[in-house]
Design a protein around this ligand. Sequence first.
Ligand SMILES: Nc1ncnc2c1ncn2[C@@H]1O[C@H](COP(=O)(O)OP(=O)(O)OP(=O)(O)O)[C@@H](O)[C@H]1O
Ligand SMILES: [Mg+2]
Length: 409
Amino acid sequence: MPHSKVLAALDIGSSKIRTVVGVVEEKKPLINIIGVGVSPSAGIRKGIISDLDEAVANITASLEEAERMSGEALHRVFVSFSGPSLETYDSKGVIAISGSNAEISEDDVDRVLDAARAVSLPANREILRIIPKSFTVDSQHHVRYPVGMSGIRLEVEAHILAGQTSAVKNLEKCLYQTGIDIEDIVPSQLACAEAVLTRRQKELGVVLIEIGASSTSLAVFEEGTVIYSAVLPVGGEHVTNDLAIGARAAIDTAEKIKIEYGTCLPKEVNEREEIDLSQISKSDTHSVNKKHVAEVIEARYHEIFLMVHDELVKIGRAGMLPAGAILCGAASKTPGVTDLAREVLGLPVQMGFPTQVEGIVDRVDDPGFSTAVGLLHFGNRYGSSRSLLNLNFGNLGNSILDFFRKLIP
Ligand SMILES: Nc1ncnc2c1ncn2[C@@H]1O[C@H](COP(=O)(O)OP(=O)(O)OP(=O)(O)O)[C@@H](O)[C@H]1O
Ligand SMILES: [Mg+2]
C-alpha cells in the first residue's frame, strides 16, 4: 500500500484566512485536496496581527471548517507570511576552504551561507529564508552547486527574506493559542510559486506577481532559482478605497462595484452606462458612471504594474524575462488585468492557477488559492524547516541545502 500523509496549509491574508488540507502519496505529483476552510481576516492588518483574540477566533473558524470537510483533526500547519512587513535583502558571503584536498563540502556551503546571513539586517528582523542565488569558486562564477568542486575560496550571492520579529512572534503566539503547531512559516510568494509556476518557466526567467488585498508580492526566477523578490505596499484594498472616494460610496458598496462591474479596460466601456447603486447597497442610492469606475480601477492597477516594472528595472530584467509574468492573488481577477499588465510590463502575461491538484479541485481553482495550495506543495517538496526561524545553524544549513538541491533541475 502506498505511503500517504496529510498536510495542512494556512494562508493568513489581509482579507481572507484560507486553510487547505491535502493528502500526498509517495511518488505521486498530484496533491489530493480533501478540505478547505475560508474565514474573513478580521484582527489582521497588512499581514500583521492587530487584534490577537479576533485573529485567533477567525483562524480557528477557518481551520475548523477545513477539519469538518476533510474529516481530519489538524495538528500541524504550514503557514504563509506576507504583507509589507516582509522585507527582502541581497547579501554576499565568502569563506576560505580548509582541508587537505581543498574539496568543497556541504559544511563549507553551510559556512558560506552563514557568512551571508551575517549581513547587517536592520534590528528586529527574523530571517525566514536565505536562498543561494549563485556561488563563485575561486574565479569561477555562476556555479550552481559547488559541493565536490576543488578550490580555496568559496563565495555565495544570496537572497534573504525576513519578517519583522514582532510580526513573526505574534503570528506564532496566535497559532499557539489556536492549539496548532507550525510546521514552517513560508514567505507567500515562494509558496505561491510552487503552485503556479512550471519548472520550465522558472528556468527560462519569469516574474510571479501576487496581488493580494494589502500588498503585491513578486518573485523573479531565473535558471530555476529565485533571484529577486519584493513586497509592494499596494493591493486590491487600495483599488476599493479609490473607488469609495471616486464613486462617493461606502467602502462595502465600493467593493461590490469593483467585483461586479470592475474592469481595467475603460476603453471597452460605453460612456453612457450607469451603475444604479441602490441595486447593490442599502446606504447608497445614487448612480455612478461605469466608464469612470473603470478609469479609477485602471489607474491603480497601472500604478501597481509600474511599481513592478521599476523593480524589474532595478535588477536589469525589465522586458527581459522570456516566460513573462504570471499573475495570481484574488485581486488579479479583475477583467482586463492581464492586458494592462502586458502593456505596462512589455512582457507576455498569463493568469496563474493552482496546479498539480486533484480531489475537490473546484474549491481551490482560483488565483486567490495559489498561496494556500502552494504551501502544500512547498511542504511536500521541502518538508519542515522550522530551524530557519531559530538561527540554529546546524539545522539551518541542512534545510537550505535540501531546499537548494531540490531547486536544481
Ligand atoms: N473577483 C474579483 N475581482 C477583483 N478583485 C477581487 C475579486 N475577488 C477578490 N478581489 C480582491 O482581491 C483582494 C484580496 O485578495 P487575496 O484574497 O489574494 O488577499 P489576501 O491574501 O487576503 O491578502 P494579502 O495577500 O494582501 O495579505 C481584495 O482586495 C478583493 O477586493
Ligand atoms: Mg495573500
